[in-house]
Structure formats: C-alpha cells, structure tokens
Ligand binder design. Structure first.
Ligand code: GLU
Length: 361
C-alpha cells in the first residue's frame, strides 16, 4: 500500500475507545491497531496519542466514597492507564510490533530544553521501530498546568515531531455545517486557511474526555497554519485510518484542514505552542501591529512597545497584545521585563522579539 505521508500523529479520543461507559472496547481497539500496523508496514511512522485512561479506570473502580475531581482523575487514570497500555501492548505484540509508553505533562514541555528532551525520546523510539503511545500523566499533572485536553497535546506532538499529518479521531465524522444531530447537516470536507467556522460549532463537551469540537477546531486550524494537514474523522468507522492516510483516500468521510504552503521553522512551532508558559504580556502600538501582521518579516522593536506586564527574564516566552487588547502573537524576548519597560517607545536598539522567535496567530 502507498501512503500519503512519511510521518503522522494519530490521536484517539476517549469516546472512540470507551464510548459507552463500560470500559475499553476491545473490537474498536483491535481495529485501530490493525490499521496502524498496515500503515507502519507500508513505511509510515505513526505516533499515537491515546486518551481513554480515565474512562477505563472509572469503569473498573465502582462504589467508592464521593471523590473530589482531582482525586477521581488521579485514581481512575492510575488504574485505567495500566489497562490501556497493556491492551495496546497485547494487540501490537500479535503483529510483532513493539510499542512504548510516553506519559507527559504540560510542564515537561515548558522550556526549550524540556521540549527537545521529549522530542529526543520520541525520535529514538521511532528510529528503533517502536510506536510511541502517548498520554498526559493524569496522576501527577496539576489542574492549573494541564493540557486543555489531548487534542492540545496531539497538536504539540505533531508540531514538535515535524509530522506531515495529524488525525484526530472522535465519535463524529468531522465538523458539520449545522447541528450534527440534524439530518440536513453535512460534514464540511475541506477547510481552507483563514476560513472561520467557529459559528457552526457547538460548545458541547465530550462525554468521557475533556475536549469538545471547539478545541479540536482551534487546534486543527493552528496546526494546519504551521504547514501540517489535519483531519478530524470518526474513529469508529471501520478502515478510517487507512483510508485517510493511504494514498487513495477512498471513502474517507472526514473534515480535512488544508495545510499552509508556507511551513514555519521548528523554533517558531515550539513558540506557537508555548502560550501556556508565557511569563508576561507586551502591549504594542498601531505601528508595530501593522508591521507584525503585514506581509514582510518584521521583528518587534522597542519603539513599538507601549508597556510591559509581568516579571520575565531574557529568553522567556511572552504574549503580544494589540492596542485593542487582543492577543496577536507569542515570542521569546531578548531582554528582561525591567529593561523592556525602560526602552519601551525608544527608537533604535535591539529587537525585543526577533522575527525568528516570533509567532503571529
Ligand atoms: N488524558 C485523559 C485520559 O486518558 C484524556 C484527556 C482528554 O479527554 O483529552 O483519559
């Protein structure tokens, strides 16, 4: 079989694996592992981001006294993650393929060193023919510092690993142009850059996972902007992965986000996914706003800075705020907050954020 990509990230949602509340669905898992095996054998590198730990654990532990949400997440994920990875190991073993577990936290990606360390881990696995099976480590992650959901984690992984495609599998066929439950609604098959579909998308949350279609849409748009194709598809549809990632794309009912033809550098990709770690906010003026959002590559100069919020050091990540108060970008600063405040509005001097370390949303 021919495949369309060299490397892809596949995210499997809780609703695909454990959608009816009775724990992991063996037939669905087996079907997905069989398809990943086919793709792997065709020479494609697959990185799996799999949810389902909490849903699986919840189906096993019953009749406990009432738990607070953090304890519940820790308890269920500790039990469920063990089941989840065991099941993947058994299924891949049957095909003679080795998979390995990567449990991570948002904090483990917070600095460039942490980020490169995670990247190294997955690279060495792939180089040795091992399929990474990634999940957030819900037993130790601190609520305020967690990924919004595994959609966010999978976007980061796709970007970090220079994947050519990210497939987000959920229990719907894609993004609909109306209420998915209404017979008149249809799946939007192709989403181009700059198209805004948020008005079509309901704010409903997944029953068993943390995410919803709105976060999927946001992540998908961002990742496609970085030059990576993103597909949202139904993980329960037999053969879906092979048809989405295989060359023919036959019969794949899904929403496909067309990638930007101007892929961004690896450092910019890291910065694009780092806004959760921002240590401060830089307020800019109209002139800087025009320069940064225009067609030519521009750095943020001290003259474009109006004010500085937060306490940051040289090399930290900050967000960039427009004169209207909207976040328009993220960047790595070349000076700490004191110096940045001192030079704000002044002509000349080094850029506060160099173009190479700047990501405009
Ligand atoms: N890490 C969670 C789990 O394995 C899922 C988070 C999400 O729903 O995206 O259950």
């Amino acid at each position: 079989m021919q495949t369309r990509f060299r490397r892809a990230v596949v995210k499997i949602g809780s609703n695909v694996l454990a959608g009816d509340g009775s724990g992991l669905d063996p037939a669905v898992m087996e079907g997905l592992v069989d398809q990943i095996t086919t793709l792997h054998r065709s020479g494609m590198e697959i990185i799996l981001v799999s949810s389902g730990a909490v849903a699986s654990g919840r189906s096993i532990i019953r009749g406990t006294r009432k738990l607070d949400p953090v304890s519940a997440r820790q308890l269920y994920s500790s039990v469920g993650q063990a089941r989840l990875i065991n099941r993947y190991c058994e299924l891949f073993d049957k095909h003679g393929i080795v998979c390995g577990q990567v449990l991570t936290t948002k904090e483990s990606l917070s600095t460039r060193d942490h980020y490169l360390n995670q990247m190294n881990c997955m690279t060495v696995m792939l180089e040795n023919g091992v399929i990474p099976v990634i999940n957030e480590n819900d037993t130790i992650s601190v609520t305020e510092l967690m990924f919004t959901d595994n959609d966010e984690l999978s976007g980061m992984v796709a970007s970090m690993m220079n994947a050519e495609c990210l497939v987000i599998l959920s229990n719907v066929d894609g993004i609909y142009n109306g209420d998915p439950a209404s017979p008149e609604s249809e799946v939007i098959t192709e989403i181009r850059r700059g198209e805004n579909l948020s008005s079509y998308i309901g704010t409903g949350k997944s029953t068993f996972g943390r995410g919803g279609m709105l976060t999927k849409y946001r992540i998908a748009s961002k990742v496609a902007d970085e030059g990576i194709e993103v597909v949202i598809a139904n993980g329960k549809t037999p053969g879906i992965l092979v048809s989405v990632l295989g060359e023919s794309q036959a019969g794949a009912r899904c929403s496909r986000f067309l990638p930007s033809d101007k892929p961004i550098s690896h450092v910019k990709k890291w910065i694009a996914h780092s806004d959760g770690f921002a240590k401060g906010r830089i307020h800019i003026n109209e002139g800087a706003m025009k320069a940064l959002t225009g067609d030519t590559a521009s750095s943020l100069l001290p003259v474009g800075v109006v004010s500085v919020e937060g306490d940051f050091q040289k090399g930290d990540i900050v967000t960039i705020i427009s004169p209207q108060g909207r976040q328009i970008g993220i960047g790595k600063v070349s000076a700490g907050s004191e110096k940045a405040a001192e030079t704000a509005g002044q002509k000349g001097g080094r850029p506060l954020i160099h173009y190479d370390y700047l990501y405009i949303e």
